[in-house]
Write a protein that binds this ligand. Structure first.
Ligand SMILES: [Zn+2]
Length: 71
């Protein structure tokens, strides 16, 4: 599976909880954070996801996070 696919799956598995790029990087053992950032930036344009500044559900810091929009 591509990194983009893995990231999408991880965000969906959190069932609406917000997560930041750093937590995605940790969870998926990505080598660099910019990989997660490039993908979440794209997903932010997708109606299925919300991206913005909010507390991360995993690490608790307020930063740019992404969450799956439960319909
Ligand atoms: Zn986090």
């Amino acid at each position: 599976m591509t990194i983009a696919g893995q990231i999408e799956q991880l965000i969906e598995s959190l069932e609406g909880a917000a997560t930041c790029d750093d937590c995605i990087t940790d969870r998926l053992n990505l080598s660099v954070r910019s990989q997660a950032n490039a993908v979440t930036r794209d997903l932010g344009d997708d109606k299925r996801f919300d991206r913005g500044k909010a507390p991360c559900g995993l690490c608790g810091s307020t930063k740019t996070v992404i969450r799956h929009r439960i319909m």
